[in-house]
Design a protein around this ligand. Structure first.
Ligand code: PLP
Length: 397
């Protein structure tokens, strides 16, 4: 008899977005005339930047020409892209990361989900609560059960510290999904010191790095002293440059960063990750990588920054309106997400906004127990929809 991986029965059903879709469909069926505005989704809405579109066209022409055609590329990514990433995302900010330390992928989700494969089954995992579910589910699928939750609450500013955290791997995500909170340098440094002291690993998810505008907030974990010996950093072009459909991300695995074999021997993680990727992944497409290279050009940087500013403008409009209505709101300054304290049941608040304002949000309870009492509002939308949603919220709240 063929047995299934029983760990799959231990992951929580992905009912959050299915349940939202179900409730929205029922509402829409009952009110076919209602113009529903979706502030729940984490997908971008603006098109690709002109310089990225031009690079994609050129890359298609390369693929159409025998002398410029590219088939399989290096699994770790083309040097032309890795060099630019090292320059633009790190060296330009005074952070030393070399092209060799960057492994390009088809998005941050895969890297967030797959990196845990390098570690033993009994390692202890720590994650925030509420949390981007990928960190938890992929560890449960792999058979890990020791997953410790770090409550992210108003009391700690939604940034838990390492005090009392007994784990081997911690997943940190700043700017955070879903709370929109950012960590200061001192807060990240405390985690780095914690990890170095106990030979633990930080998996730092910086998918929303491009939204940081507040001076002094670190864009990379490597701005902290000692992070190269205890942290990998995962980045994505999805929210930075509207690549949710194009698909490109990368993971930085510093030279010398190691975990330990059963006999105590250090084993370098970059070698293991490279082996994992070259075995299971055949590289992001040539087209994708040329598009990502264009994001790193001066024009691409200016264009994509303007789009991120546009989303931040949406966030500012909604944040001001909700605060004016008396709600405590976190996020939105350095993040596309607002985390709104609704002072009550998050599904009930979701239902109320849907029924009375035809506005879809995401109930915080769907991201973990500590998310109860909050909703997440996304700034990925047109200005027209944001203004309309705000005027509806002002009427019903
Ligand atoms: N990490 C976080 C925190 C996210 O919110 C997301 C997507 O929403 C991702 C990673 C995935 O990004 P990608 O589109 O690169 O797979």
């Amino acid at each position: 008899m063929l047995h299934v991986n029983e760990n799959y029965s231990k992951i929580k059903p992905t009912y959050l977005f299915a349940e939202i879709a179900h409730r929205v469909a029922a509402h829409q069926a009952a009110h076919p005339e209602a113009k529903v505005i979706r502030l729940g989704i984490g997908d971008v809405t603006e098109p690709l930047a002109p310089s990225v579109v031009a690079a994609l066209h050129r890359a298609v022409d390369d693929e159409a020409d025998r002398s410029r055609f590219h088939g399989y590329g290096p699994e770790q990514g083309y040097a032309f892209l890795r060099e630019k990433i090292a320059e633009v995302d790190f060296r330009a900010r005074g952070v030393e990361v070399s092209a060799d330390e960057i492994l390009v992928s088809d998005g941050a989700k895969c890297d967030c989900g797959n990196f845990q494969e390098l570690f033993a089954g009994d390692v202890r995992i720590a994650v925030g609560d509420p949390v981007y579910p990928v960190y938890v589910d992929t560890n449960v699928m792999a058979g890990r059960s020791d997953i410790r939750l770090l409550p992210c609450t108003a009391a700690n500013g939604f940034v838990p510290g390492p005090e009392g955290c007994d784990a081997d791997i911690v997943y940190l995500c700043y700017p955070n999904n879903p709370t929109g909170a950012v960590a200061t340098k001192a807060q990240l440094q405390a985690w780095v010191d914690w990890a170095n002291e106990r030979k633990a690993l930080i998996i730092f998810d910086a998918a929303y790095e491009a939204f940081i505008r507040t001076p002094g907030i670190p864009h990379s974990i490597y701005e902290c002293a000692g992070a190269r010996t205890c942290a990998v950093e995962i980045r994505s072009f999805s929210k930075t440059a509207g690549f949710t459909g194009i698909r490109c991300g990368y993971t930085v695995v510093p030279d010398g960063l190691s975990a330990y074999a059963a006999d105590g021997r250090p084993v370098e993680l970059r070698g293991m990750w490279t082996r994992r990727q070259t075995t299971k992944f055949n590289g992001a497409s040539y087209l994708t990588q040329r598009a990502a290279e264009a994001v790193c050009s001066p024009e691409g940087q200016a264009e994509t920054r303007a789009t991120v500013d546009f989303y931040l403008g949406n966030a500012a409009i909604m944040k001001e309106a909700l605060r004016g209505l008396g709600y405590a709101v976190t996020g939105g300054d350095d993040s596309p997400y607002l985390w709104v304290d609704v002072k009550g049941d998050s599904w009930a608040f979701f239902d109320r906004l849907l029924a009375e304002a035809n506005v879809v949000t995401t109930p915080g309870a769907g991201f973990g127990a500590a998310g109860e009492g909050y909703i997440r509002i996304s700034a990925f939308n047109s200005r027209e929809n944001v203004l309309e949603a705000v005027s509806r919220l002002k009427k019903v709240l």
